[in-house]
Design a protein around this ligand. Structure first.
Ligand SMILES: Nc1nc2c(ncn2[C@@H]2O[C@H](COP(=O)(O)OP(=O)(O)O)[C@@H](O)[C@H]2O)c(=O)[nH]1
Ligand SMILES: [Mg+2]
Length: 281
C-alpha cells in the first residue's frame, strides 16, 4: 500500500450568473471548509480529498485548489495566463435556461487549453431544479456532440445540491487520472530509452540503424522509437554516426539505414544498474 500526496488546481469557468460561485459554495460548505481567499477578480478555495490510487490499497491524498472567477470576458482575455496557468482540470458551467451560455463554453475551454494545454474538462448543466424552463434540447445536444464529442457532462443544481458532489468528484477523478497516465507514459518512455541504449551497447563498431530497431521492437511505434533516438542524441548518449559528432538531425528526416553509435557516456549509462540518467522531462 502506498500513500501519495498530490496538488491539483481546478478552474470553474463559464458566463456570468450561470452558478459557478454557488456550485463551489455548495461543494466546499458540505466539507465545512473555512479556507477562503478573495483576491482581485478571483476567489480561491482549498479542499482535501481522498481517492483510491492506481493499485489495490493505494491511497491518494489530493489537495485541491478551486479557482472561482467572475465570468467576464475582459477577465478571461486580460488575466487568462495567470488564471489558467498550471490548471489540471476545468468545470465548464452553463445555465439550462440560457443556451447561449453553453455555446460560449467553447471559448472558455479554448482559453484554458491555450494556456494549460489539453487539460481534462467537464461540461456542467446547472440549475436543473428549473428543468421546466430548460432550453436545452436536441439542437444543443447536437452542438455538444459536434464540438465536444465524448466530453463528460454533469447535471447539477446549486440550489438543491443535486449532482454537485458528483460533478466535482468527476473532474477531480479526471484530473488525477490524467496526471497518473502522464507519469506512466514517462516511465514507459524511460524504459524504451534504456532498451535502445542497451541494444546499441551490444553493437561493436557498426552502431545501430532505425530499421534494425523497428525490426527488433515490434511492440513499439516507430514514432516513439524515433523520438527517443532524438532524446538519446540530445543527451549525448548516442551520436549520429554518418553525420559526425555535434550534428543533430531529427531521426524522422533520416533514411532507415542511417547509423547511430553509442558514446562512451552512453556505454557507461547502459552498464549502470539504475539508469536514472535517462530522465527527460
Ligand atoms: N434556481 C437556481 N438558481 C441558481 C442555481 N445556481 C445559481 N443560482 C442563482 O443564479 C445566480 C447567479 O449565481 P452565481 O453563483 O453568482 O453565478 P456565477 O456568476 O456564475 O458565479 C444567483 O442568483 C444564484 O442564486 C441553481 O442551481 N438553481
Ligand atoms: Mg461568481
Amino acid at each position: 500500500m502506498r500513500l501519495r500526496r498530490l496538488k491539483l488546481k481546478i478552474n470553474v469557468v463559464g458566463e456570468r450568473a450561470v452558478g459557478k460561485t454557488s456550485l463551489i459554495q455548495r461543494y466546499v460548505d458540505a466539507r465545512h471548509n473555512p479556507e477562503y481567499k478573495g483576491t482581485l477578480g478571483v476567489h480561491l478555495h482549498r479542499v482535501d480529498v481522498e481517492l483510491p490510487g492506481d493499485e489495490e490499497g493505494d491511497v491518494i491524498l489530493a489537495s485541491i485548489a478551486i479557482f472561482d472567477q467572475m465570468g467576464e470576458h475582459a477577465i478571461r482575455e486580460n488575466f487568462r495566463d495567470a488564471l489558467f496557468y498550471g490548471t489540471q482540470g476545468a468545470l465548464a458551467v452553463c445555465d439550462i435556461e440560457r443556451p447561449d451560455t453553453l455555446h460560449t463554453l467553447a471559448e472558455w475551454i479554448r482559453a484554458v487549453s491555450a494556456v494549460a494545454g489539453g487539460v481534462p474538462f467537464r461540461i456542467v448543466f446547472n440549475k436543473v431544479d428549473r428543468a421546466k424552463g430548460s432550453k436545452i434540447g436536441p439542437q444543443e445536444s447536437a452542438w455538444l456532440k459536434q464540438n465536444f464529442p465524448g466530453a463528460p457532462t454533469s447535471l447539477t443544481s446549486a440550489a438543491t445540491g443535486e449532482g454537485v458532489e458528483e460533478a466535482f468528484a468527476g473532474i477531480i477523478g479526471q484530473a488525477v487520472d490524467a496526471m497518473l497516465a502522464g507519469e506512466k507514459n514517462r516511465k514507459v518512455r524511460k524504459l524504451l530509452r534504456q532498451r535502445i541504449l542497451v541494444f546499441a551497447a551490444r553493437r561493436e563498431g557498426n552502431g545501430i540503424t532505425k530499421s534494425e530497431l523497428f525490426a527488433n521492437m515490434h511492440d513499439v511505434k516507430p514514432d516513439e522509437i524515433m523520438e527517443e533516438l532524438d532524446n538519446l542524441v540530445r543527451l549525448d548518449l548516442l551520436v549520429q554516426y554518418d553525420a559526425g559528432p555535434k550534428t543533430f538531425l531529427k531521426s524522422s528526416t533520416l533514411p532507415a539505414t542511417f547509423r547511430y553509435q553509442i558514446t562512451p557516456l552512453g556505454r557507461k549509462v547502459a552498464a549502470s544498474p539504475a539508469i536514472e540518467d535517462l530522465v527527460v522531462e
